[in-house]
Design a binder for this molecule. Structure first.
Ligand SMILES: Cc1ncc(C[n+]2csc(CCOP(=O)(O)OP(=O)(O)O)c2C)c(N)n1
Ligand SMILES: [Mg+2]
Length: 556
């Protein structure tokens, strides 16, 4: 069934209950590549990033019990980030259930809250229909994660060859069948009555592939657009109408202020979560809100909307732009004082980081050199921790599209290293960089072997600051500098990488950053750069509430 669905990769780890699956994968190895990860969470993250970058369904697999529990973080991240992912978890045989068989666990129940659909397949005859349903549901409406638990005895049954078939499934959302006449009229009525409307684009814009439609709409209407971290790439960040990332993690102060001062905020494909909205303080009390989302559960969840439209962002924006073209003149926004001000604010924001640094490497110095040296089509994957706010706020994504990936639903550590391997498998010709905290790398070091075995020439950039600095900064700001259980023994990750047989370099001086990056930009092998970063909290990253608290502390 996976083969007829054109699955290219299945990421996983073997176990006692999955050996029949492995025999089948052996037989089909010319069509489906099984990617052996060193633990199931990494396999799940690989499937997640594969889906984020290709728009296809990510497939991962894990054995019963321990294997199934280890894949949970990735299933949760994909599901809550609206990423189509199918996890296949094999299970003990049905006649071995409930008798203390090793690895027996109620797998159905543990996956229930973190999946869009979840089932135990009790007969091999049911597999074709279940797999068709899994692909359909993973990709329909708001995409999400599916778990299919398959007991060992079911895997060993036969299915008739003629039952093995995929289907062509096309989802016509109601709005594609009907015209949006009324919605467009209501939308335009609100815009006409607003002094300063702004758009906030979330990950939904990228998921629906609406970048071109968004661009055409803003260019015609002259409405500026901010993005959430997950929506970064919805619009080119060098476009004069781009405000950049908003919110609490890497959000630009001026962009947050512009949204706060807007009297009409238009959320498109955005869950209006805590980080994007500065704990829901981003929209002024008097402002009106329009929300466009594929999922009616998301609409109106956090704001009192004036207008909510459940639809696919792409189809709505396309028709909206046609209506604008037919009925209005293009807004001359190029010479608009507001456009000029946006450009000035942007310049000021970026130059504010470029100050005199201390002797040790500052994270911004790495970002600045990356900006200079990385090709525009590079894929960048970012772990939680210090790298996130700097990439979100200071790295300018010139070309639209999902190029920069942040796992922001749960921000689990240990994401960027394994995902970079999968990104490289999916796009062998594109440069792939992962920004990894030293906390994160502790979660997934074993995957360096995976990178080597597959010769996946991703670049692993370690922000080695010797601690969980995100948490240490919280202790600095909110807990009277009582640093507790956040510091690591100093480690040289370049030496660890070379022990794995991976090329590596240790970089201690700011003056060495450029040479190091030049060396890896066109690498044909996996390469790890271990940057010794000045330990925090010497400087507060662009995290909205932290900067406010720090200002207060400094003025005391
Ligand atoms: C699985 C998991 N456990 C705990 C956390 C909480 N957490 C958020 S950031 C952070 C520190 C990250 O440290 P590191 O990777 O070294 O990055 P740094 O903050 O030092 O840049 C921790 C522990 C998390 N996000 N994920
Ligand atoms: Mg760290």
């Amino acid at each position: 069934m996976l083969k007829v669905y054109g699955v290219e990769f299945i990421f996983g780890v073997p176990g006692d209950t999955g050996t029949a699956l492995y025999e089948a994968l052996f037989d089909e190895k010319e069509s489906i590549k099984h990617v052996l990860a060193r633990q199931e969470r990494s396999a799940g993250f690989m499937a997640d990033v594969y889906a984020r970058l290709t728009g296809k369904t990510g497939i991962c697999e894990a054995p019963s019990g321990g294997g199934a529990t280890y894949i949970l973080p990735a299933v949760a991240e994909a599901n809550d980030s609206s990423i189509p992912l199918i996890a296949i978890t094999t299970d003990v045989a049905e006649n071995e259930k409930n008798k203390n068989t090793i690895t027996d666990l109620d797998q159905y129940s543990i996956f229930k809250p973190i999946t869009k659909w979840n089932t135990v397949i009790s007969s091999a005859n049911g597999i074709p229909a279940v797999i068709r349903k899994a692909f359909r549901l993973a990709n329909s409406g708001r995409p999400g994660a599916i778990n299919l638990s398959i007991p060992k005895n079911v895997l060993e049954e036969e299915v008739k060859e003629e039952e093995i078939a995929s289907e062509i499934y096309r989802e016509k959302t109601p709005d594609e069948k009907l015209k949006f006449e009324n919605e467009i009229k209501e939308f335009i009525h609100l815009i006409k009555n607003a002094e300063f409307p702004v758009i906030v684009a979330g990950g939904g814009v990228l998921i629906s592939g609406a970048e071109n439609e968004l661009l055409e709409f803003i260019e015609y209407s002259g409405i500026p657009v901010a993005t959430t971290i997950t929506g970064k790439g919805s619009v080119s960040e060098i476009h004069p109408l781009s405000l950049g990332v908003i919110g609490g993690n890497g959000g630009r102060d001026y962009a947050n202020e512009i949204v706060k001062n807007s009297d009409l905020v238009i959320f498109i494909g955005c869950k209006t979560g805590s980080v994007a909205t500065l704990n829901w303080s981003l929209v002024s009390k008097n402002a009106r809100v329009i929300q466009i989302d594929i999922d009616p559960n998301v609409i109106g969840k956090n704001y009192k909307n004036t207008l909510g439209i459940t639809t696919n962002a792409k189809s709505f924006l396309r028709e909206l732009t046609v209506f604008y073209r037919n009925n209005f003149r293009k807004k001359e926004w190029i010479n608009d004082p507001i456009t000029k001000r946006i450009l000035e604010y942007r310049e000021q924001w970026l130059t504010s980081f470029d100050r005199k640094f201390r002797k040790k490497i500052h994270p911004f110095q790495i970002i600045k050199e990356m900006q200079k040296l990385l090709p525009d089509d590079s894929i960048i994957i970012v772990d939680p921790g210090t790298a996130t706010p700097y990439i979100a706020g200071c790295y300018i994504q010139k070309k639209p599209g999902r190029k920069i990936i942040f796992p922001r639903a749960h921000g689990g550590l240990g994401y960027a290293l394994p995902s970079a391997i999968a990104a490289k498998l999916a796009f062998p010709d594109l440069p792939v960089f992962s920004l990894i905290g030293d906390g994160s790398i502790g979660f997934c070091l074993g995957e360096l072997e995976t990178a080597l075995r597959l010769n996946a020439p991703a670049v692993f950039i370690v922000f080695n600051n010797g601690c969980f600095s995100w948490i240490k900064t919280l202790q600095f700001l909110y807990h009277n500098e009582k640093y507790f259980s956040v510091d690591f023994h100093p480690l040289d990750y370049s030496k660890i990488a070379s022990a794995f047989g991976i090329k590596s370099m240790k970089i201690k001086q700011p003056s060495e950053i450029e040479t190091a990056l030049i060396q890896v930009v066109n690498t044909n092998n996996p390469f790890l750069l271990d940057f010794t970063i000045d330990e925090l909290p010497f400087d507060i990253p662009p995290v909205h509430f932290w900067k406010e608290i720090n200002k207060m502390k400094n003025s005391e």
